[in-house]
Write a protein that binds this ligand. Sequence first.
Ligand code: ASN
Length: 347
Amino acid sequence: MHAPRSRLLVIYTGGTLGMVETPQGLSPGGSFEPRLRDALNTLPPARRASLPDFDFMATPSAIDSSSATPADWQALAALIDEHQQAYTGIIILHGTDTLSWTASSLAFQLQGIDKPVVVTGAMRPLEAEDSDALANVEGALRFATQPALQEVALYFAGRLLRGVRTRKWQTQAEDAFISPNYPLLGELVDGAPVLYPGRGLVDRQRGTQRFELPDYRTLGPSPVARISLWPGMTADQLAKMLLDDAIGGALLEVWGGGNIADDPALIEVLAQARGEGKLIAAISQCPQGRIEIGAYAAGQGLMEAEVLSGDDMTPEATMTKLIHLLAQPLSDADRRQHFLTSLVGER
Ligand code: ASN
């Protein structure tokens, strides 16, 4: 990497954005920096001239984000931590499949970040006809120049979303991401970045960055289970997933506003897992809205088993938060209290 002339850093991790056709289908391509710079030079002169310059860096291997793991989230946060002081904004180029997971995890690891970290990707490769890649990179660069943006945000198809609130919602369409329970942070209006007042974390910053960069690898490759209820699920089935020794916590996707079948055996398994010290949190299977455990009699079992309410968090935010809390030297009571607290506007 060159000495920082510009104050923006672009980190390329892979994804469709940089992919090329191979006999096996789309696969991460190399030499992405010159390809990206060439593509940016094709923008109309006035737009090109108003774009900020940037330094470029790539992770050791470009991957399809469907292979990303918590170890990759950790390595990326470490890379940002190592270099961010020299820059006023960071852009992460990443595959879309697990972009919301990485954005959520980065938000928890980079708590208190006082500059923009803008993640983006594309639905079609940079060199493909009708690609959305260049427009997404351009928008991400423009938002990364905004000092009032002080959090991990996801830019896609003209819209800026809080990273830890996002979900990938479309398999093909260009506006692939939603933020089901939080409004847009901003939009590109006539090519200019507009941040909506009062929605960002800037007012919540306490003046110092307080990154938390625990070693996720100590937890094993898959420390948190994701369990979605289905009608007729038995206690045995739940026990097989939840009582596995490798599992330190679980996301339970329950019914509607916070309900579970009236089956004492199911609740007993949850209570047993809780007794073993596992951190268990519930959110709804409904994509929109919050849960309120105990509002219905059908939610009492969750209360008895001390299942934590994930409120209106996304599955991605809930799981990355559970992993983040489990990886830290906290007491069970502190983990539970942190889980119930909004750390980075995730709930
Ligand atoms: N499979 C790709 C990835 O997540 C999808 C994309 O980037 N559009 O890396």
